[in-house]
Design a protein around this ligand. Sequence first.
Ligand SMILES: Nc1ncnc2c1ncn2[C@@H]1O[C@H](COP(=O)(O)OP(=O)(O)OP(=O)(O)O)[C@@H](O)[C@H]1O
Length: 232
Amino acid sequence: MSLLEVAGLNTFYGDSHILFDVSMHVERNEVVALLGRNGAGKSTTLKSLMGVVTPRSGSVKFDGTEIAGKKSHAIALAGMQLVHEDRRIFGSLNVEENLVLASLSASEKWPLERIYDTFPRLKERRTSRGTDLSGGEQQMLAIARALIRSPKLILLDEPFEGLAPIIVRDLLAVCKKLAADGQTIVIVEQNIAAALSIANRTYILNNGHVVFDGTPQDLKAKPEILHRYLGV
Ligand SMILES: Nc1ncnc2c1ncn2[C@@H]1O[C@H](COP(=O)(O)OP(=O)(O)OP(=O)(O)O)[C@@H](O)[C@H]1O
């Protein structure tokens, strides 16, 4: 049984039909990249999985349980975490307070030391307020806040956006280490090279439709798909 099985998902914003019969699956310990042009529906897909927006129809089975239509806090308790594009850390709280707060309602937790082993920079900055962190540090904290709840599945929405190449390199190395340790990840990224370097499998969305499902090798062997749907 897949960890995540999505079938025939349709999501609307008001009258606008955004996702059309989206089907996908994610296996345990797998990293899946969700790619596509701006406005293709990638963030909407993650939000539909997490219950931030409610799909109008379709099924989302997570670890064997139907979660479509459930509230996001219930989905979080079931073991899914979404790291939003805008990071959503508490600026007035320091790093450690942000982490502790995120862990409060979790049934399973990573010890703080494991978080700090994963992100040594956060240990150095543990008494700094969220507003005083650099963009890269804020992104580390956003991911750490999700990890501390020991998620079965973590959804990363454009984690590398707006970060300097050297920071992207470091964060990508952390993501690869997490994946090697068995963390299941779905990543949405505009940095296609970075996403493909970590993914076992990739989906491409175009105008709310899944138009490709395959390995990064399959995709690289199809330059016409890369060109048509990703503009590379
Ligand atoms: N809250 C909203 N209300 C109405 N329309 C929305 C809303 N959020 C997104 N949309 C629209 O839904 C479509 C899909 O947006 P979505 O953010 O899912 O795309 P995306 O692939 O993640 O693109 P991006 O890389 O630009 O974030 C776009 O046409 C967008 O304008």
